[in-house]
Design a protein around this ligand. Sequence first.
Ligand SMILES: *Cc1c(COP(=O)(O)O)cnc(C)c1O
Length: 357
Amino acid sequence: MGGYVPGEQPRGKKLLKLNTNENPYRASDHVYEAIRKVMEAGLSRYPNPFGESFREAAAKLYGVEPDWILCGNGSDDILTILTRTFVGSGELLRLAHPSYILYRSLAELQGACSEEVYFNRDWTLPEYFWNPVDPKSPYHLSNPQSTKLKLVFLPNPNSPTGTMIPPSDLEKYAEKLPCPLLIDEAYADFAGTNCIDLVKRNPKFMVSRTMSKSYALAGLRFGFLIAQPQIVEQLIKVKDSYNCDSMAIAAATAAIEDQEWLKQTTAKILSTRRRLADRMRALGFEVPESSANFTWNVHPDANRVSHKAIADYLKENGYLVRYMNYQGWGDGLRISVGTDEQTDRCLDLVEEYIRKL
Ligand SMILES: *Cc1c(COP(=O)(O)O)cnc(C)c1O
């Protein structure tokens, strides 16, 4: 199999990263203080196997009990645990496409099959996405014999577009689905709404979150799931015994307890996102309305403007953005929101490139 290829993490070279949706701001001071305390106490003991301190803090924030929270070594770990729990070999995982490429690799690793259902051109989902598998599916089934649909992954807001399906619509859509649905809310803190209320009243819904983006802790590795307790109880059997280390648990707990930090940095990011989208549109790009900390930028004049060439030009000038080319769909540039200054400089370079054409 061709494994998942993460966005470039340059070593040594001084490149400004707007390619993997990291947060341009430094995490809350409380996080660094919490890590220092763990170091002083020492690392000779195993961590709490369930990350109880984090579960309590997250439960309080979202109005559930701690047994509704499952901690993971990044939300990628949560996605792995879910795939291993729900999708047996030969069974089917349904994905939306284009979206997070990792989903397909997770199915492959499990010996499971995947079905990629294409978004409509306006980034809504076709009716088919919400129905049992049709063996004559017009979408890509990795194995046409596999029709046992066991799990659906839907990032909302989606990557690479930042577009969102209103949570109020999802419950009705999901009625006919014969299996649970994971809403990957990696970017929900940048959106106005989320699906946590759906999880509370409907066991078909689960929500995953990450500390990597909105809390500026991609280097730490911590994510979590919110699901009904009878599901979490089963997932715990599948996870590694100590999947989160002491420093990550303490740091993530401190981060989620500092909602004031989140509010302030998120407000800055949303204001820069507006600037980024407006200016890319002024340069002729089509930019769907983003509810995340990045925008998806497609230039309609493909004969004149090459997305790949722009990405290369930006890189030569010290800025990394994500060039994506989706099979059967097309290509474009995903640009993460930096500080105002970083974003402006990156946009100046895009403008410089376009003017030279
Ligand atoms: C970044 C991202 C994740 C991964 O988050 P980690 O917690 O860093 O593993 C999951 N889903 C989507 C859609 C993402 O963009």
